[in-house]
Write a protein that binds this ligand. Structure first.
Ligand SMILES: [Zn+2]
Ligand SMILES: [Zn+2]
Length: 162
C-alpha cells in the first residue's frame, strides 16, 4: 500500500493541508483559462479523491468560475491571503480535487504525467522533451497505468451516478 502523505499550504501559512497517497494523475495545463486564473504560463494540478485531502488549519474561501465545458469550476483559496490551493472541476465535482502542485512543501516530489492544451501555450514556453504533450486533452485510458485509471473511473462513477 502507498502510505505517502504530502503537506502543503498557502503563502501566509494560515491554511495547511495534508493529502494521502500518490495522485491519480498530474497535468500541466497551458489553456487560456489557467493562464488567466494564475496570471502565469500554466498551472500544475495533481488530482486526488477529495476524501484523501484534509484541511489541517486555516479558513478557506470558495470562488466559482465557469469552466471551458460551461460547468462550475470551484477554486478553493486561503481566506486570509487568497492563495489558490485546489480546485473542484466539473467532471469529478466535489468528489475530486485538483491540488496546485506549487502549494506543496516539496513541489519537486511531483512530475506531471502530461502537458495539456499545449496549443494555447505562450509562444516562448519550451515544453519538456520527456513529458508527453497534447494539443488539448488526452485519453486517460491510454496514458495512465491501469491502477490509476481504475481510481479515476471509480471517481467518475461517484460523480455521475447511474
Ligand atoms: Zn494564507
Ligand atoms: Zn487549463
Amino acid at each position: 500500500m502507498d502510505e505517502t502523505t504530502r503537506h502543503g499550504g498557502c503563502t501566509c501559512g494560515d491554511a495547511r493541508y495534508a493529502v494521502k497517497g500518490e495522485p491519480i494523475f498530474v497535468n500541466n495545463c497551458h489553456c487560456r483559462q489557467c493562464q488567466q486564473q494564475t496570471g502565469s504560463t500554466s498551472v500544475v494540478n495533481m488530482f486526488y479523491e477529495a476524501d484523501r485531502l484534509t484541511l489541517l488549519s486555516g479558513e478557506i474561501s470558495r470562488h466559482v468560475v465557469k469552466a471551458g465545458s460551461g460547468g462550475d469550476h470551484v477554486i478553493v483559496r486561503c481566506a486570509t491571503c487568497g492563495s489558490a490551493l485546489w480546485s473542484h472541476y466539473p467532471r469529478l465535482g466535489e468528489h475530486g480535487a485538483g491540488i496546485r502542485v506549487g502549494t506543496l512543501d516539496d513541489p519537486r516530489s511531483i512530475r506531471p504525467d502530461a502537458v495539456i492544451y499545449a496549443a494555447e501555450k505562450m509562444d516562448w514556453v519550451m515544453l519538456p522533451p520527456d513529458i508527453p504533450a497534447f494539443p488539448a486533452q488526452y485519453s486517460p485510458a491510454e496514458l495512465l497505468p491501469p491502477e490509476r485509471f481504475a481510481r479515476l473511473k471509480a471517481l467518475a462513477a461517484k460523480a455521475r451516478p447511474a
